[in-house]
Design a protein around this ligand. Structure first.
Ligand SMILES: [Zn+2]
Length: 63
């Protein structure tokens, strides 16, 4: 089980349960990682893109 590079918490993911392109969230620090490889698991931190020039509302799907 890979460790969160940010806080070194064990990430609750299983290489049988994830595919490349999946995004997982560290429960401890809230950092998102995209799965970029599964053998072994490789993570790429998802940089949140705060673009202040683009103020389109976030797509909210509330019921
Ligand atoms: Zn973390």
């Amino acid at each position: 089980m890979p460790l969160c590079p940010e806080c070194e918490t064990a990430l609750d993911i299983d290489d049988d349960e994830v595919d490349e392109g999946d995004v997982i969230l560290c429960d401890e620090c809230g950092t998102e990682y995209e799965i970029v490889g599964t053998d072994p698991i490789e993570l790429a931190k998802v940089e949140e893109d705060y673009d202040e020039e683009d103020d389109e509302p976030v797509d909210e799907e509330e019921e």
